[in-house]
Ligand binder design. Sequence first.
Ligand code: OOG
Ligand code: NI
Length: 486
Amino acid sequence: MGFVPQMRPPPAFSGSSRADAIRSLFSAAMSNMYRAEVPQYGDLLDLVAEVNGSVLANDLELARAMWRNGEIDRLGLERHGAIRLGTADELFNIRRVFAVFGMQPVGYYDLSVAGVPVHATAFRPVEDSALQANPFRIFTSLLRLDLIEDKALRNEALRVLSGRQIFTRRALELISVFEAEGSLDEDEAQEFVREVLETFRWHSGATVTMATYSRLHDVHRLIADVVCFRGPHINHLTPRTLDIDAVQAGMPRWGISPKVVIEGPPRRRCPILLRQTSFKALEEPIAFRAEIDASIEGSHTARFGEIEQRGAALTPKGRELYDRLLASVRRETQVGARGSLADEYSTELAERFKDFPDSWAELRDQGLAYFRYSPTPKGLSAATREKIVSPFDQLVRQGHLRFEPIIYEDFLPVSAAGIFQSNLGTDEQQNYAGRSNRQAFEKALGAKITNEDDLYANAQQDSIEYSLAQLNEAAGRKMRDDSLVG
Ligand code: OOG
Ligand code: NI
């Protein structure tokens, strides 16, 4: 079963909504570009497709549930990527770019909690139908120069950044067309995707001298990565796998070297939130600026590959339990730079998470996860026999309603920081006091960020209302039929 086809042809420019179609064009173009630029990413896609195929072949119940939820179709398409921006203006304009693709800022992530000087949001579709059509997300970080203490260096970074324009002129023109008219036609959409790819492309020439690069690099590798190049190169793309442990174990066989620990919760019967791992960033040749028209050869590591396994979205109560258990493990067992204590960490994680219920029924009863409800055939036929009077929970217990976990579509700050650290060259886990500044981020963005939790709570509520309406409609049909007969 090949769930991730080779070099996908561009999707048809039709479908439920134009933004969905343009987003699919964009995600396919990004994937093709990255596969050409980083061949190891192509290998990873093949490995993931192999593992996903065998999981589905061996677990028909999962295959059926994913089919019901419309998840099968999106599995092979699904991926996220990440970019890192340098200035408020860049963030402002990237929001306008992603709006054309139907992607909105959801969630605020403060990565200073883990010693990474950025804060971030994820641009992603929010409507259920749009997520189903193509859930492409871009984790977008903004460098926090305010966290660089050396003032001279901070000013130099600012000066370098203010001299770059990361969008092509034509891309900016097409954004204005979109904003004035509310959409792009097919030719404009194709052109827009081509123009926007220029922003995310890799440049092997730095905009600074090796000396400037080194000084920024010494403060934090990430600062050098953001400041010294012409644009925010896409630094990874991440397919979704149904068995992350199998992919992690399979990577060495494919000549890929994985990060030492999988971020997120341990392996469970009922997957929750998000588990992630990556392969190390590649060292790539860079030409640095030099005096008098020459350049000096050096290197830079930035680009890597990642995989993720998604599970149920948690309620605030569930999330609080998750954060507490994870923090307790990290306090006691910190993985070192070369991967020391990695096994102890994984054992301890599994041990502590025994306190997190691991059946869908318990997760639901205790209000730890979000679910999508739908009426069962049994419920619908019962509704035609007798009036629905049972309280909601009883309808569930009687088997009149079924429930399925709502998939977590977002990210986790501690995991994201672990991915950052790993691809910046160390697996060392670090914990810092956070210094979040959501207000500054939203000001730069020029918009409010949607709270991810509201989206899950609404999706659950909508499914409850829809299910009850369906049962009532079945009962109504019965009453009408009775009065016809009578
Ligand atoms: C982003 C790292 C975070 C994730 O999946 O949590 C991330 C980056 O390295 O720029 O992509
Ligand atoms: Ni990622």
